[in-house]
Design a protein around this ligand. Structure first.
Ligand code: IPD
Ligand code: CA
Ligand code: CA
Length: 261
């Protein structure tokens, strides 16, 4: 797994560092609208190209599922790529964005890499090999109760506006029972922060596989829990995510199940 992980971290670093170089020249970039509220720049597209070219050099027969380019190739190995997670932040110079890469083999996640070029933090994991940040082992927090916990989230928008009412009920509950709620704006990084114990829990509606894949394996390898928001569902299938340190996950689940009852 190490050669694959080295390839993934090198690809993520190249793409992230390129995004960082352009972050000072945002006004020169063309911002296109894929749909209302869904912005993309040429940095998103160039970052995906850089990642795919780098991986293809070592692994020409691997398949890809990229946010910008969609699905290509076939075979046992498939890379799931969010070349720039947090594009709205990026365009506004709000310094929270990352690159997210995961590798699936026959449908099972094998490794994940999330790179934050602003802070030069590289989160990595391999199945069964634990989770790391800049080579140091990370673990989900030891928080045992919702009281005192810090919870990350993402607001529903665009196609997910249908969830606003149920989301607001959940938010009200979380605000009442925790120390605080954060909405930084890059879901993959939020998941990495759960793995690193910087957030005790996280939930969001309507994410895509490239937002979730790397973070999901990181959280599992760091001893946290992640699933769909509705009981007994898989977030990679539904896109609705609930994650956290085991005890906080369980308490959030109890709090939220009322909303799905
Ligand atoms: C978005 C970010 C954001 C989340 C959105 C995602 P993008 O990804 O992760 O935090 O709330 O649902 O689509 O479009 O910046 O790659
Ligand atoms: Ca994303
Ligand atoms: Ca993206």
């Amino acid at each position: 797994m190490m050669p694959l992980l080295n390839t993934a971290t090198a690809a993520a670093r190249r793409a992230g560092d390129m995004a960082l170089r352009y972050a000072d020249r945002i006004e020169q970039l063309t911002v296109r609208s894929k749909s209302p509220n869904e912005l993309v720049t040429e940095v998103d597209e160039a970052a995906e190209r850089i990642i795919m070219e780098h991986i293809r050099t070592g692994y020409p027969d691997h398949a890809f599922l990229g946010e910008e380019g969609g699905a290509s190739g076939s075979g046992d190995y498939e890379w799931i790529i969010d070349p720039l997670d947090g594009t709205t932040n990026y365009i506004h110079r709000f310094p929270v964005f990352c690159v997210s890469l995961a590798l699936r083999r026959r449908g099972e996640l094998q490794l994940g890499v999330i790179y934050d070029p602003m802070r030069q933090e590289m989160f990595t994991c391999t199945r069964g090999g634990g989770a790391r940040m800049n080579e140091r082992r990370i673990r989900a927090s030891r928080q045992e109760t919702l009281a005192g916990s810090l919870i990350g989230t993402g607001f529903p928008y665009r196609r997910n506006l249908q969830w606003v009412d149920v989301y607001m009920r959940m938010l009200r509950q979380v605000m009442r029972h925790t120390s605080g709620v954060r909405r930084p704006g890059a879901a993959a990084l939020d998941l990495a922060y759960v793995a690193a114990g910087r957030l005790d829990g996280f939930w969001e509606f309507g994410l895509k596989p490239w937002d979730i894949a790397a973070g999901a394996l990181l959280i599992e390898e760091a001893g946290g829990w992640i699933s769909g928001l509705e009981p007994d569902t898989d977030c990679m299938e539904t896109g609705h995510v609930l994650a956290g340190t085991p005890k906080v996950y369980a308490e959030l689940r109890k709090l939220f199940d009322k909303n799905f009852g």
